[in-house]
Design a binder for this molecule. Structure first.
Ligand code: ARG
Ligand code: ASP
Length: 724
């Protein structure tokens, strides 16, 4: 308890000592004590209380976690939800067919009755959050093993979940912060009836596609509209035609005033994961060992997918979402490595470690921290071969191929049978039978097989043979190291990768079913792989990482004590955070200065007729030619995107960019290529987030799509002298 209070006051002390804009993802409940002063100095006109308050409507009541991975925000009194095109893309894709192509043509409901149900989509609001560190760490002491500590923490979490005040339909989430030094509880509300309202064609919503992804200057109208539906009492409910639009406690007004270089901006959302406090050795491993493995295997997958997608429209639709997902991380890792090189990130990390060590050595007070870095270094070095093998396995056999999903499908049924009995098993099997068409809708056996063979070849060529499991070695021997032949035999002899035979298997009773599954070569392959991986790679990784994590927890506290002039915000962990900065251009390299704003002119500069990334819809061209921008234009131009020094990461997509008055001015969707290493080493000179200008969103809805009924629902804030 004493240590805990000590830890928190240490954070407060350190943070209030030294502040500068840009870096940091802050907890909304601490804004008042930690950030408000600085935010106001930077131009913010509202108070911390207007941002987070549990007793009255505040900005936080408009911020919604979208489908678990992205952020979205409520922009009308009727639950209208704004998020990124790329966040809603998976749902738009599942509503898309060759005949009714919402990806290519966009979709706009003309009234609420035309809004489309998105099965499986959820929207989560944060009711309140509180610091529960003292309760969760009660009974934890430094003499405990990691396992004992974890058990105690889990026990305390379970106990607290039972007593924390909440309504029946609300959930409690408890998350660790500062590497396990602090814990916060979140009471949340999850809505399950979310409908698609409108989405632009991908030639707007994904303009520039993968070529422009992660790159500035940018011209992507990356937005879509959804709506939250609730039951008659405004509470979360499963889909029903009787549900009504959700009435929020707060929604964001939209500013038409525009932005200029230096303006205050704030981004409010759910950043996913950052690791800003790793030691040099850990960053070096990521940059020099792990990223190259991931990048090179994905190079292969993407080339194969691109070849087939360019050749055939159906394949393009089937693989659009998957391609975007694989390419997105691939390109980010490339940028991350580049940024670390350009900004000499590893050198900086090394210097920081050395400075820490020097101060520790000089001060007897820090005696206990002397071996921290050497011990971590030792463990990271031991981890390296296993971590590398783990990446090879994941990229080759799991993340880039779909067959793994079919294995997972039957594996989870086996688990259901073993854990929950035959009745439950039969129910789940029925569910699969009902959805079998959906499982195969976006699956092309021969493409998947080609990827499998190609990745396998690289895996065998590059992997240390000691890490290749025996049955794979034998199978390759049988096939005379012909990877294609092996892949073909696996895919064609398995009953899991063919719709009809999977249907037949799923219609069997348990005894027949399990016999068929156990005899299936694909099932056997992945069983062997998992068995080997779990015992010979993952278990070792887990043990080493557990030891590393214990040291990282101490290192976090040590950093704050030893280098108190730095500021320490908790790493992102998919919880609600505020980040703030300014509209700000940057210098990516010598002699080049990027401006902070783009306009529709740039779309026409990039326009390549018929190209799948840079085509421009006719209607947009004519609006451009006629300068028909209505109230959304500025000085004869149509503003499109802008960048700022707000510290964001994956999960912040769809987050609102908010101005000094609490109005929406943009929609966050990306970061600049040079600065994607902000997840491990934020550098204020080159790290920028990218946002679509809110006026471009309104222009597309109103002038391009003709969906004025949606604009009428929003609250627009006019600049002085530009009244309606
Ligand atoms: N890079 C952005 C983010 O990390 C946008 C990705 C979606 N766009 C794409 N072309 N894949 O999620
Ligand atoms: N595009 C990312 C997202 O989807 C945001 C980022 O990584 O900057 O969350």
């Amino acid at each position: 308890m004493y240590k805990q209070i000590h830890f928190i006051s240490l954070c407060l002390l350190i943070i209030s000592q030294s502040l500068f804009a840009g870096e940091g993802m802050w907890l909304p409940i601490f804004l008042k004590s930690l950030n408000e002063k600085e935010m106001k100095a930077m131009g913010m006109k509202i108070s911390a209380d207007d941002i987070y308050n549990i007793n009255k409507g505040s900005l936080k009541d408009a911020i919604v976690q979208f489908g678990g991975g992205c952020t979205s925000e409520i922009i009308s009194n009727e639950g209208l939800l704004l998020t990124n095109h790329h966040c809603g893309f998976g749902y738009v894709q599942s509503l898309t067919t060759v005949e009714q192509n919402y990806i290519r043509d966009g979709f706009w409901a003309r009234s609420k009755s035309e809004e489309q149900v998105c099965s499986g989509l959820t929207a989560t609001l944060i009711v309140r959050m509180e610091d529960v560190s003292a309760i969760i760490l009660n009974g934890v002491n430094p003499k405990m093993t990691e396992l004992q500590r974890r058990n105690k923490v889990d026990e305390n979490i379970e106990k607290l979940k039972l007593v924390l005040p909440k309504l029946d339909d609300q959930e409690v989430l408890i998350r660790s912060f500062y590497n396990g030094n602090q814990y916060f509880a979140f009471v949340t509300e999850t809505f399950k009836d979310i409908r698609l309202v409108g989405t632009p064609p991908e030639s707007i919503g994904k303009f520039g596609a993968d070529t422009d992804n992660w790159v500035w200057p940018r011209h992507t109208g990356d937005f879509s509209l959804f709506r939250i539906y609730a039951d008659k009492s405004n509470r979360p409910a499963a889909y029903s035609k009787d549900n009504i639009p959700y009435k929020p406690k707060h929604f964001l007004p939209i500013s038409l005033s525009g932005i200029k270089e230096g303006d205050f901006t704030m981004v409010f959302g759910f950043p996913g994961r950052t690791t800003e406090y790793l030691i040099y050795e850990a960053n070096k491993q990521q940059i020099e060992v792990l990223n190259p493995v991931r990048i090179s295997l994905r190079d292969k997958t993407l080339k194969i997918l691109d070849k087939y997608m360019r050749a055939d429209e159906k394949t393009k639709i089937q693989y659009a979402s998957k391609y975007a997902g694989i390419a997105n991380s691939w390109k980010k890792w490339i940028g991350e490595n580049l940024g670390m090189k350009v900004s000499k990130g590893l050198d900086k990390k090394l210097k920081a470690d050395l400075e820490f060590q020097k101060r520790v050595n000089q001060n007897p007070k820090f005696e206990a921290y002397r071996k921290l870095i050497p011990d971590m270094e030792f463990l990271y070095k031991r981890l390296e071969p296993f971590a590398k093998a783990r990446e090879y396995y994941a990229e080759t056999f799991v993340r880039n191929v779909d067959v793994y999903d079919y294995y997972q499908l039957v594996k989870s049924l086996i688990n259901t049978y073993e854990g929950r009995g035959e009745a439950k098993f039969n129910l789940s099997k029925q569910d699969i039978l009902k959805n079998i068409d959906a499982y195969f809708k976006d699956f092309n056996t021969s493409i998947d097989q080609e990827i499998f063979a190609s990745l396998l070849e690289q895996f065998i060529t590059e992997m240390n043979p000691a890490f290749v499991f025996n049955s794979l070695k034998e199978a390759l021997k049988t096939n005379h190291s012909d990877y294609k032949a092996f892949a073909k035999s696996l895919y064609t002899s398995s009953k899991l990768t063919n719709q009809d035979s999977l249907y037949r298997i799923m219609s069997m009773d348990y005894v027949q079913w399990i016999a068929a599954i156990k005899a299936d070569p694909l099932y056997q392959f992945y069983e062997d792989m998992n068995f080997y991986q779990n015992n010979d790679i993952n278990k070792l990784c887990f043990d080493l990482e557990e030891q590393i994590n214990a040291l990282r927890r101490t290192h976090m506290t040590a950093l704050m004590e030893v280098l108190p002039e730095k500021r320490y915000y908790p790493d992102a962990n998919s919880t609600l955070r505020v980040t703030y900065g300014k509209v700000e251009g940057f210098k990516p390299r010598d002699g080049v200065h990027y401006l902070s704003k783009t306009t529709l002119d740039g779309v026409m500069e990039k326009y390549i007729p018929g190209d799948y990334e840079f085509d421009v819809p006719k209607k947009l061209q004519s609006l451009y030619n006629n300068k028909d921008y209505g109230i959304y234009g500025e000085d004869g131009k149509m503003p499109l995107a802008f960048i700022g020094s707000n510290h964001t990461t994956g999960g912040n997509s769809g987050s609102p960019a908010i101005d000094a008055h609490g109005n929406l001015i943009g929609l966050n969707f990306d970061r600049v290529w040079e600065g994607t290493m902000s997840d491990i080493n934020y550098d204020p000179s080159i790290c920028r987030n990218i946002m679509v200008d809110a006026r471009y969103i309104l222009f597309i809805i109103d002038k391009f799509a003709g969906a004025k009924w949606l604009i009428d629902e929003m609250k627009l804030v006019y600049p002085k002298g530009k009244k309606k």
